[in-house]
Design a protein around this ligand. Structure first.
Ligand code: GLN
Length: 567
């Protein structure tokens, strides 16, 4: 019988429910259990694909091409649970499906209502992921208890034990226990209220995970337990981690969370193998190198807009034993202040994916700076398209070369709409999406990094390299290191006369893990380490960071990138 864990959140949003759910998944896997992860989001959008990164951060893409919430990125990075279209549902999707059934007359003349029709649909999508192989399904409910829009999801998980038995379900509620400086104490009232609201709906949480800045004392824990109708050991402290997110699962273990879960769900397992996570933390704490990487994007100020990119850089740092300071650079600032002012001092420059014209010229200038100054460069999706535009304009000599996404009438459309996109008018879920195969050319950095000839990477784009220009670019030194197997689409470009200049049409950041850094991120970081070593050597002060903007004010690896950025 598959067991179900439902994770809800109370008091405030952004409590890190995704990370906590992913940590629970990781801990259960470390005990040898087969886990599936799922996120139910209360918003009406059918998926986050059409939303701006300002809303919910990056859109995370799965192998099957579904565009999902970024929490699924945490799930994939922390666990081996297979994720599919069924791993993320929104209110919009649930209603869409119910309304489609209604239009087909499938409700046989009945009045269609939130209870039972919407809640039945929700239970159905939960049940779908609980296949015969699965020991535990972890379903995270987005939003905060008390919101109107999450009510149908909460009602559905309240009903769920009626389907599978209460003994097979576990409710975990994540809350905030704030520290009030003026009072000099932790406050438990918001937690009491939030659990109170859950109980009104009919859900008695089994375990409370309390996010806090200060340790929770024995008395405070007993008080929370009493008011929330729980045994004290079911009140688990999750204190803020200022070093690394990889501390979270380990601290949950030391506070007894996994033991509690297994006890309540009657799962008899081995004790968890935590070696991989201990090794990650050991490496993070004992780096051999220190480098800085500039990520030049349109949403630099938003800490979640390039979440998987920041994480992938961290993974590469873990693998290459480098502490990476990430500078989040707003591309439009480069247009105002110039690349030298903002980018000198960095050991690598990364231009991530994106849409829309704002800041494009700043990105193109960043590519040019990296190319001319021989700074390791990594372009991703739009970043590759900018690299092609830059090379077209400044090396191939194609004046005003551009992408037709930004200039429909450009004389040199070096980036143009994919053929398959020409007839598409509907926005949601219609890009070239998901895992696509590519073949790598011999003697390229990409081939060397991957170590294989055939790869599969995740895509999310409408535009591509315009093959009309392939010959001209190639004659001018650009190498087409990766193409689709039929050679129709350019997937990777490289510059051989550069320490490391690799730009890819896909999103490698969706396939990197802390325990298995993506080969291209690892290659890029290694090139940045080598550049730093060369600079240190020529500065005559080995392994000491030179003075520079990048080092004085940017973000440390493993930390929340919002902690600071080059001014
Ligand atoms: N806007 C570009 C396209 O649609 C790049 C997309 C991206 O970077 N994900 O092709």
């Amino acid at each position: 019988m598959t067991k179900h864990i439902f994770v809800t959140g109370g008091v405030v949003s952004s409590l890190g429910k995704g990370l906590t759910s992913a940590s629970i998944g990781m801990l259960l896997e470390a005990r040898g259990l087969k886990v599936r992860m799922q996120k139910l989001d209360p918003y009406i959008n059918v998926d986050p694909g059409t939303m701006s990164p300002y809303q919910h951060g990056e859109v995370y893409v799965l192998d099957d091409g579904s565009e999902t919430d970024l929490d699924l990125g945490h799930y994939e990075r922390f666990t081996n649970a297979p994720l599919t279209r069924d791993s993320n549902y929104t209110t919009g999707q649930i209603y869409l499906s119910v309304i489609e059934k209604e239009r087909k007359g499938q409700f046989l003349g009945k009045t269609v209502q939130v209870i039972p029709h919407i809640t039945d649909e929700i239970k159905h999508v939960i049940r779908k992921v609980a296949d015969a192989d699965t020991d535990v399904v972890i379903t995270e409910i987005g939003g905060t208890v008390g919101d109107i829009e999450s009510l149908p999801f909460l009602e559905a998980i309240r009903q769920y034990p009626l389907l599978v038995g209460r003994e097979n379900c576990l409710y975990i509620h994540l809350t905030l226990v704030p520290y009030l400086k003026a009072a000099g104490e932790l406050k438990t009232k918001p937690t009491q209220h939030s659990v109170g609201q859950l109980r009104q709906i009919g859900i008695q949480p089994d375990i409370l995970i309390c996010r806090c800045e200060q340790p929770i004392s024995r008395e405070e824990r007993d008080k929370i337990a009493l008011f929330c109708n729980l045994p004290p050991q079911a009140v688990i402290e999750e204190r803020d981690k200022d070093f690394s997110i990889y501390e979270v699962p380990l601290s949950l273990v030391s506070n007894g969370l996994d033991d509690q879960i297994c006890e309540r769900l009657k799962l008899s397992t081995q004790s968890p193998d935590l070696d991989p996570f201990n090794e990650i933390l050991h490496r993070l704490r004992n780096p051999n190198h220190e480098i800085s990487i500039a990520v030049v994007g349109k949403y630099a100020e938003h800490k979640d807009a390039y979440k998987s990119i920041y994480e992938s850089l961290d993974h590469a740092g873990i693998r290459q034993r480098a502490q990476i300071r990430i500078g989040r650079i707003q591309s439009s600032d480069i247009e105002d202040e110039g690349p030298e002012y903002l980018l000198s001092g960095y050991d690598g420059i990364l231009v991530p994916g994106g849409f829309g014209e704002r800041g494009i010229e700043g990105k193109v200038q960043a590519v040019r700076y990296a190319r001319e100054k021989q700074i390791p460069f990594f372009g991703i999706c739009l970043g590759m398209q900018c690299a092609v535009i830059e090379y077209g304009r400044n090396v191939v000599g194609l004046e005003h070369a551009h992408s037709t996404e930004f200039d429909k009438n450009t004389k040199h459309p070096v980036i143009c709409l994919l053929d398959e996109q020409r007839e598409i008018t509907q926005m949601g879920g219609t890009m070239r999406l998901g895992s696509q195969p590519a073949k790598l050319a011999e003697g390229t950095r990409s081939r060397e990094a991957y170590g294989v000839e055939e790869i599969a990477e995740r895509h999310r784009h409408r535009y591509e390299f315009n093959n009309v220009y392939r010959q001209q670019f190639s004659a001018n030194g650009m190498k087409f290191a990766g193409t689709s197997p039929d050679d129709a689409l350019v997937e990777i470009v490289e510059l051989p006369n550069h320490p490391w200049f690799v730009a890819v049409q896909f999103h490698p950041e969706f396939k990197s893990k802390p325990t298995k850094a993506h080969p291209l991120f690892a290659g890029f970081v290694q090139a940045a380490i080598e550049r730093r070593a060369r600079r240190n050597k020529s500065a005559g002060e080995s392994e000491k960071a030179p003075e520079g903007r990048a080092d004085s004010s940017s973000v440390q690896s493993g930390q929340d990138p919002s902690a600071g950025q080059p001014a």
